[in-house]
Design a protein around this ligand. Structure first.
Ligand code: SAM
Length: 429
């Protein structure tokens, strides 16, 4: 197979894995190869990231993705920056799928894109070989071969909860060795985005920083956590040099479930080498009349939750009872009022404690909880305690049946205190 693939010439014959991307408002269909689908960046993530990156001054030249998979991210960059692409992919069928997807994305979006499509090339090759790729780009492009931005989303071992940085394919140091001398420089260094595993530990993130510093000492770094909701970190990226901002060590991007709405962004925080900066959990007991909020766990994980909260409620009167896991819990004396719809997605639940029970919610104890819900004018209770999945519908059914017969007006939820057997009945205000 010819290893230079031009989006305008490449054929889709034989590519069988085609799938509609559910995150694309336009209903885009992408080709994948050799089970490339789970590796591909969802279109909504790719395009939101490209729009956000476009706020930076990116030097002239090609956008490079040296492990481009199905080519989704590089196509989104190219479409938004209006720059040609150099995509490299080791798997030849996937490289071809990339080039086809690239053409299809441009065709679907419309506009005058002939020039970009003409100048873009995809290589079925080893992305670590910067010199080889530059030579091919130069031949294909009348001697012009400048790299404006390097994107790297390496393959990682599947089904492995913890993996080491050495298992990334390709490895960061191999890519930096191959490409350092070919990257266009800005005042802040080259423009690089490393799309890393969201599961990297804090120490592994620091390890990534030290690898980067070996090539570009003290280069500016902005870590970016992206979440599509449900408390999950979907992407963890390190924006470097011309893409980073000295004043922004961390950024949290919450992508809206509404495909047409812009993401919600929080920026600031401490540099990672100062610490993880996640508040410690305290053993404080709940008090009736106080408020409880369960925060979005992805926001807490990135270390920006406490800064965001400090703008809403008095930090002196806010207590972190659980700062890890799926249900980070704070107790606070002041009510948390969020007017903005996007901001409200950062809270799983928030309400005032009206009853404290010295027992857990079980099928045996549920009637006592129902009684208090009725006494407090509650019409619906949401269970937010960690329950065995088989018990949940049973207990929820008890609440629903008994509360339906009353004429309560308020919404409530039940939550468990993380450091004891206590459960709290809260009312949403
Ligand atoms: C996580 S995927 C990239 C997905 C891509 N960001 C997208 O939007 O579709 C990583 C890709 O790196 C490729 N790869 C691994 N080692 C490589 C190498 N040395 N050179 C080029 N590609 C490589 C794998 O085949 C895989 O398709």
């Amino acid at each position: 197979m010819e290893d230079i693939l031009r989006p305008l010439d490449v054929k889709s014959d034989g590519l069988v894995e085609s799938m509609k991307d559910p995150t694309s408002a336009e209903g885009m269909i992408f080709f994948h190869a050799d089970e490339g689908k789970p590796l591909a960046t969802p279109w909504q993530v790719a395009i939101s990231r490209a729009i956000l990156l476009n706020q930076n001054q990116i030097p002239d030249g090609h956008i490079l993705d040296c492990a481009c998979g199905s080519g989704i991210q590089i196509a989104a960059y190219s479409a938004i920056f209006k720059r040609p692409a150099l995509g490299i992919e080791l798997n030849p069928q996937r490289a071809r799928a990339s080039a086809v997807n690239f053409r299809n994305i441009f065709k679907l979006r419309g506009g005058n894109t002939e020039n970009i499509l003409n100048k873009s090339i995809f290589l079925a090759a080893d992305g670590r070989d910067g010199a080889g790729a530059i030579e091919k780009l130069s031949t294909a492009n009348n001697g012009q071969a400048k790299i404006a931005l390097l994107h790297l989303d390496p393959a990682r071992p599947r089904n492995s909860r913890s993996h080491s940085l050495d298992e990334m394919k390709p490895r960061l140091d191999e890519i930096f060795d191959g490409w350092k001398e070919h990257l266009a420089e800005t005042k802040s260094g080259p423009c690089i985005l490393l799309d890393l595993s969201p599961r990297l530990s804090h120490n592994q993130r620091l390890e990534v920083e030290s690898i980067v510093d070996r090539y570009w000492p003290e280069i500016t770094k902005t870590w970016t956590w992206t979440s599509r909701g449900k408390g999950r970190v979907d992407r963890l990226a390190l924006w470097l040099g011309g893409l980073a901002n000295k004043a922004i060590a961390r950024r949290f991007v919450r992508i809206s479930p509404d495909l047409k709405q812009e993401p919600f962004i929080i920026e600031g925080g401490l540099k990672l080498d100062i610490g993880e900066d996640i508040p410690a959990s305290s053993h404080r007991m709940p008090k009736r009349g106080e408020y409880i909020s369960i925060l979005d766990s992805a926001l807490v994980e990135c270390g920006l939750a406490k800064y965001w909260l400090a703008e809403k409620i008095d930090p002196e009167k806010t207590f972190w009872v659980e700062s890890t896991g799926r249900r980070p819990q704070i107790h606070h004396e002041e009510k948390l009022t969020l007017d903005d719809k996007s901001e409200r997605t950062l809270i799983q639940a928030s309400g005032r404690i009206i009853e404290i029970f010295h027992q857990q919610l079980t099928p045996e104890t549920v009637d006592g909880f129902v009684e208090q819900a009725i006494a407090n004018d509650i019409k619906k209770v949401t269970i937010r305690t960690p329950l065995e999945p088989s018990l949940h519908p049973k207990i929820q059914g008890s609440f629903d049946r008994q509360l339906a017969r009353r004429s309560g007006k308020r919404e409530g939820f039940i939550i468990q205190h993380p450091n004891s057997e206590m459960s709290m009945l809260c009312v949403v205000e």
